[in-house]
Design a protein around this ligand. Structure first.
Ligand code: SAH
Length: 270
C-alpha cells in the first residue's frame, strides 16, 4: 500500500494502487506510520488533518501552487474514504476502496492537479476517466466553476454510486444539481463524447496504450495526463497543439491499477 523507505527517501513502488515512485525527500518532522505487507516494511508520513496533509504535500513539492493547495484544502480526503478507515485518510498513500480499485495517493492527486492546472480554468471542460471515489472530479469541478463542466466516468456502478454520496458531503455538492459535475457509469476508454472536447483529461488507471477516443476528445490546446504501461508504468502528458498536433512527455514513473474491462478488473487481484 505504501512505499518502502531507506534513508528518508522513497526507494520502491507501492505494491498496490496509484502511487508515484519518483524520489521525493520527505519532511523528517512528519509523524510516520509503519505497515507490514508480506515480508516488507512500508512507511508513510501521516498528517493530523487535511490541512496538514496539504502542507506536507507542499513541502514535498507535489503541490506547488496556491490554487491547487486551496482546492485540496477544501476537499477533505476523509470524505472520500469509508467511515471505518478515515483515521488513515491523511497518510500519503493509496487506499483500497473495494472492487480491486484504490483512491490514489494524495501526492498523485496533487501532481496531476498541478499538471492540469492551466487547463482547469473557469469555464473549461474536464474529463476524469476511472473516477473512483470522485475526489479528482470534484476538484476539477471546483476549479472550472459553475460555467465549466467536470465529467467522471467509472465502470463499477457501486463506485459511481458511492462517489456521488462522497461528493454530496463535500463543498462540490452544489455543482451536482446544475450538472457542472457529473459522474457516470461507463467504459472510460471510450471517453464521454457528450461533453467533448475537453481542455483537460485525466486518466486514473494505467492503459496499455493511449485510447484513441481520448485523443480525439482532447480539445486543441488541451492536455491529457495518463499513466501508460503494463509492467513499468509512466505518467505521460500529452499536449494537443492548436493545429491538432500532439506532443508527449513523461512526468514520472508510477504504479496505478490497470485501465481494463470491468470483468478483468473484478477477476484480478489488486
Ligand atoms: N482517481 C481515482 C482513482 C481510482 S483507481 C481516485 O483517486 O479515487 C482507478 C479507477 O479506474 C478504479 O476505480 C477502476 O474501477 C477504474 N477503471 C479501470 N478501468 C476502467 C475503465 N475501462 N473504465 C472506467 N473506469 C475504469
Amino acid at each position: 500500500m505504501c512505499v518502502a523507505i531507506a534513508g528518508g527517501a522513497l526507494r520502491g513502488a507501492s505494491a498496490f494502487g496509484a502511487g508515484s515512485i519518483a524520489c521525493h525527500t520527505r519532511n523528517r518532522a512528519a509523524p510516520r506510520v509503519f505497515f507490514f505487507h508480506g515480508m516488507e516494511v512500508f512507511w508513510t508520513p501521516r498528517a493530523k488533518d487535511n490541512k496538514s496533509l496539504v502542507k506536507l504535500l507542499r513541502e514535498e513539492g507535489a503541490v506547488k501552487s496556491d490554487r491547487v493547495a486551496c482546492v485540496m484544502e477544501k476537499l477533505d480526503r476523509a470524505l472520500f474514504i469509508a467511515e471505518g478507515e478515515r483515521n488513515l485518510a491523511y497518510m500519503d498513500c493509496p487506499m483500497q476502496i473495494g472492487f480491486n480499485a484504490t483512491i490514489s495517493a494524495p501526492h498523485m492527486h496533487g501532481s496531476c492537479l498541478e499538471l492540469l492546472n492551466k487547463h482547469l480554468q473557469p469555464g473549461m471542460h474536464a474529463l476524469d476517466v476511472g473516477s473512483g471515489t470522485g475526489y479528482l472530479t470534484a476538484a476539477f469541478a471546483l476549479l472550472v466553476g459553475d460555467q465549466g463542466r467536470a465529467v467522471g466516468v467509472e465502470h463499477i456502478p457501486e463506485l459511481v454510486e458511492q462517489s456521488i454520496k462522497n461528493v454530496k458531503r463535500s463543498p462540490a455538492a452544489s455543482l451536482l444539481e446544475p450538472g457542472v459535475l457529473s459522474l457516470h457509469v461507463g467504459d472510460g476508454r471510450l471517453g464521454w463524447p457528450e461533453h467533448a472536447p475537453y481542455n483537460a483529461i485525466h486518466v486514473g488507471a494505467a492503459a496499455p496504450q493511449v485510447p484513441q477516443p481520448l485523443i480525439d476528445q482532447l480539445k486543441p490546446g488541451g492536455r491529457m495526463v495518463i499513466p501508460v504501461g503494463e509492467g513499468a508504468q509512466e505518467l505521460v502528458v500529452i499536449d494537443k497543439g492548436p493545429d491538432g498536433s500532439l506532443k508527449q512527455w513523461t512526468a514520472s514513473s508510477v504504479r496505478y491499477v490497470p485501465l481494463t474491462s470491468k470483468d478483468e478488473q473484478l477477476r484480478g487481484g489488486v
